[in-house]
Design a protein around this ligand. Structure first.
Ligand SMILES: [Mg+2]
Length: 169
């Protein structure tokens, strides 16, 4: 059961994404959580490094899609310089909107991955939809109140995961 919350891949930040590994696995589409995955939750626009990284991903041939539970205003403003596909109020860990977008992009669960910083929303959502679940450590420890509440339980899940995988000895 706990496995539903475990990452398939654990990285420190989006800049450590294993692009060659993705290509070997046939992953062509990357869904990104925004808040504390791509930027701090209270920062409205991506910094230059992030924008450059998204261009790089596209150049490498990946389809890039923001998949956020945040509202339209937040997601649209953030996406302006990135010009990625974007889904707001995604309802993660629900998979309804995600599955619609996967279809619209002409992809399947085998060709897409979710990148996110929360085990109960992003990782759970990825597993429910059958996508590769890529965990990034949260960018900062500032969180929306609702997220803050979940972090304690998240830490427990991640500690068990790290012990099992040998990340934590
Ligand atoms: Mg997040």
């Amino acid at each position: 059961m706990l496995k539903m919350f475990f990452p398939d891949i654990y990285i420190k930040s989006i800049f450590d994404l294993p692009l060659d590994d993705f290509k070997k696995r046939g992953i062509t589409t990357l869904f990104f959580d925004i808040d504390n995955t791509v930027a701090p939750f209270d920062v409205a626009v991506p910094d230059e490094k992030t924008a450059a990284f998204f261009s790089e991903l596209k150049k490498e041939g990946f389809k890039v899609c923001l998949l956020s539970n945040n509202n339209k205003k937040r997601v649209e403003l953030f996406n302006r310089p990135l010009r990625a596909h974007a889904v707001w109020k995604a309802g993660k860990p629900g998979v309804k909107k995600l599955n619609q977008v996967i279809k619209r992009l002409g992809e399947t669960k085998n060709t897409a991955a979710i990148v996110g910083d929360q085990v109960f929303t992003d990782m759970y959502c990825a597993h429910r939809a059958g996508l590769l679940a890529v965990y990034t450590e949260p960018i900062c420890n500032r969180d929306q109140l609702i997220t803050k509440v979940k972090r304690g339980a998240e830490r427990i899940v991640l500690t068990i995961y790290k012990k099992r995988t040998g990340i934590l000895k």
